[in-house]
Design a protein around this ligand. Structure first.
Ligand code: E4P
Length: 218
């Protein structure tokens, strides 16, 4: 399973990159706004900076909601760097745009996915990645992980090559359960990735090893 970090914060991206386990980055308009990145020139410069930091797929989302606008924006984003993946929302125009990008060798990440039916449409249009939003489904008192498992079953049965990118991850346990359910990729906040490191028995065991070593060597 690939690990992407879900942020536009360069320091956090660098920290995840330094761990040596990072395969890519996802951003969205909210995450860019959170970093104060506004205006076309600054947004493009920021994507360039991310591409310079990480040698992996970088999802950059279109703002346009109409087909023509998505194509224009997506082409400009794809021109930034060969690692850019154009993120397109799951709408009627979005599906048409994904098909257009696929036919023009531009890779896509279909975002805002909340159902298996949407996952089938995105795969049929040739999406490179599909982003079901686990955390936002859980917020509605449904089961986000169950959706990942259902889509994984469908994609295996139908032989769809679209990769399932579990998004809207909120906890380290989401990462583990997404892996069990068959996600190809998880995109997570840095805090959830670092949360995977934690176990009290590791801390207790290390303290004991170091104490024994000190006693024996003093
Ligand atoms: C990433 O591709 C998604 O935009 C992101 O994971 C959404 O996460 P959120 O539901 O925590 O905003």
């Amino acid at each position: 399973m690939k690990f992407f970090v879900d942020t536009a914060n360069l320091e956090q991206i660098k920290e995840a990159q330094d761990l040596g386990i990072l395969d890519g980055v996802t951003t969205n308009p909210s995450l860019m706004a959170k970093e104060g990145i506004t205006g076309e020139a600054n947004i493009i410069a920021h994507y360039k900076a991310i591409c310079d930091l990480v040698d992996g797929d970088i999802s950059a989302e279109v703002i346009a909601t109409d087909f023509e606008g998505m194509i224009k924006e997506g082409q400009a984003l794809a021109d930034i760097h060969e690692n850019i993946v154009v993120k397109v929302p799951m709408t009627k125009d979005g599906v048409k745009a994904i098909r257009w990008f696929t036919d023009h060798d531009i890779r896509t990440n279909c975002t805002l996915v909340f159902s298996a039916g949407q996952a089938i449409l995105a795969a049929k249009a040739g999406a490179t990645y599909l982003s079901p939003f686990i955390g936002r489904i859980d917020d509605m008192n449904w089961d986000g992980i169950e959706l990942i498992a259902q889509i994984a079953d469908i994609y295996t049965t139908q032989g769809y090559p679209t990769e399932i990118l579990a998004a809207s991850i909120r906890t380290p346990l989401h990462i583990v359960r997404a892996a069990e359910a068959g996600a190809d990729v998880v995109t997570c906040p840095l805090s959830s990735i670092l949360g995977l490191l934690k176990h009290p028995l590791t801390d207790i065991g290390l303290a004991q090893f170091l104490a024994d070593h000190k006693k024996a060597n003093s």
